[in-house]
Design a protein around this ligand. Structure first.
Ligand code: ATP
Ligand code: MG
Length: 451
């Protein structure tokens, strides 16, 4: 992509409405535009990151055997009367009346609708276990939308729903979700800690929230520092192996980690040696929840059990804040110059800065690098504008691509370009083919170095 043909409306000044780094940087890097309180348009650069986050969520869900569907944003009110939540869900729900006077709503979540789908089509225990999920926009009329996309009113969420015959089976689905989530966040370059959560008014007794540590997080968190050393890495996970899933969940939930809602000082002090006790703040990027027959009973979502008798299914719902994650990743990975994207979600794999746009040799070298990266399946953002070097570097630092290749007349004469890591700031001069190979290696792509 040539920057001269791109739409990257960067801001020079810090926007005054932004209180946290991620919001400020998303506005400055031209990723989003606010359209109303807590409602945003995603501009080209932001859209790319959002799409990458979404893709990782899809891949890890499907790896775990979960089936993607797509439910509408607008729901009929009757479903919520059936579950009883029409009354209990407060002013956060945006209620709409259509031209026929029917009560509709913009979905804040989809338990009722998925239960309706299930009861319409599933009839036997033989169809279980089943997990259906979607990634869809939600609306919650938050009293205090803030921090940009992190607490929006309209936001993108992955919500998955599990259907099982028994509580035991439902807990296997719960474990499967916990492991899939750990892998999802790890691929985004995040450490997200599962913390015992409060089931709140919804009820139910098994729930964990996943929190990314950040000073600007809305939740207070207390944890054993041992938990932040855990990594799945390239461990092979067999999602059909309930014992393996349980062992992984135990590994992550054994160290103490709770939010202020469930924190217990005595347990904390008993279980965690003083040197490992941490008090911090965190951003909730997901939650898993077993709630049993809360919806299946009132809504009549039953299956015929092995003995031929109808039984209400045991359900769980499992959410990931897809749009919030874009902000959370920036909170966890930025410096005073701008964003530092983890390789897994970066909007472009590599930046190319042409220091002398218009110079035949530089133009040709920069274009060849862009093509070379494309041949490896890597996307570059190529700054071919007629701007000062300082402006070009500042833009690249702000938008945070992990790798930058700089092409200048002096280097080209000597057969080299400069490769710079955004994370470390370190640069080295290399022949173009070697620079390509290094970038490729950072993304796990094999490149053949010619000549
Ligand atoms: N207003 C919002 N803006 C952006 N993302 C959100 C918002 N509300 C919830 N999410 C994301 O969706 C995920 C699943 O939704 P869930 O119903 O668990 O949210 P929640 O517990 O009500 O969130 P919170 O406590 O932050 O209000 C959350 O873990 C969070 O990452
Ligand atoms: Mg939650």
């Amino acid at each position: 992509m040539r920057l001269s043909r791109y739409f990257l409306p960067v801001l020079k000044e810090n926007p005054s409405e932004a209180q946290v780094a991620s919001h400020r940087l998303m506005l400055r890097a031209g990723m989003i535009k606010q359209q109303a309180a807590g409602i945003y348009s995603w501009l080209p650069l932001g859209w790319r990151v959002l799409r990458n986050v979404e893709r990782i969520v899809h891949e890890e869900q499907q790896r775990a055997g979960h089936l993607p569907v797509l439910m509408p944003t607008i729901q009929p009110g009757e479903l919520w009367q059936e579950s009883g939540r029409d009354n209990s869900y407060g002013p956060e729900m945006l209620r709409i009346t259509d031209r026929q006077g029917r009560k509709m709503l913009y979905g804040p979540t989809n338990e009722e609708m998925i239960t309706d789908i299930f009861r319409a089509h599933a009839s036997s225990y033989k169809e279980l276990p089943l997990t259906l999920y979607h990634i869809q926009w939600k609306f919650r009329d938050e009293i205090r939308p803030r921090f940009g996309v992190m607490r929006g009113r309209e936001f993108l969420m992955k919500d998955g729903y599990t259907f099982d015959l028994t509580r035991e089976d439902a807990m296997i689905a719960y474990d499967r979700h916990m492991v899939a989530y750990l892998r999802t966040y790890e691929r985004m370059g995040l450490t997200a800690i599962p913390m015992r959560a409060d089931s709140g008014p919804i009820g139910g007794d098994d729930t964990h929230e996943f929190l990314v540590l950040a000073e600007t997080g809305e939740s207070e968190v207390m944890y054993d520092s041992a938990v932040t050393d855990l990594r799945l890495g390239d461990r092979r996970v067999d999602y059909d192996d309930a014992a393996q899933l349980r062992a992984i969940c135990e590994e992550w939930t054994r160290p103490y980690a709770r939010t202020d809602e469930t924190h217990d000082v005595a347990t904390f002090e008993r279980q965690v040696p003083e040197a490992r006790r941490r008090l911090s703040r965190g951003i909730e990027v997901g939650q898993i929840f077993y709630f049993g027959t809360k919806y299946s009973e009132p809504m009549g979502a039953t299956v015929q059990g092995p003995d031929g008798k109808p039984v209400p299914v045991h359900m769980g719902s499992h959410g990931i804040g897809v749009s919030r994650l874009v902000g959370a990743i920036i909170e966890a990975s930025h410096d005073d110059k701008g964003i530092v994207w983890p390789e897994g979600v970066t909007p472009f794999h590599c930046g190319i800065v042409n220091l002398r746009a218009g110079d035949g040799a530089c133009d040709a070298a920069a274009a060849a690098l862009e093509e070379g990266l494309a041949a490896l399946g890597l996307e570059a953002l190529h700054d071919d504008r007629d701007e000062r070097a300082g402006t070009k570097f500042a833009t690249m630092d702000l938008i945070g691509l992990p790798w930058r290749i700089t092409v200048g007349p002096r280097g080209i004469k000597g057969g080299v370009v400069e490769l710079t890591s955004r994370r470390t700031g370190e640069s080295e001069e290399l022949p173009p083919a070697e620079a390509l190979a290094k970038v490729a290696a950072a993304y796990g792509v094999r490149a053949v170095v010619e000549g």
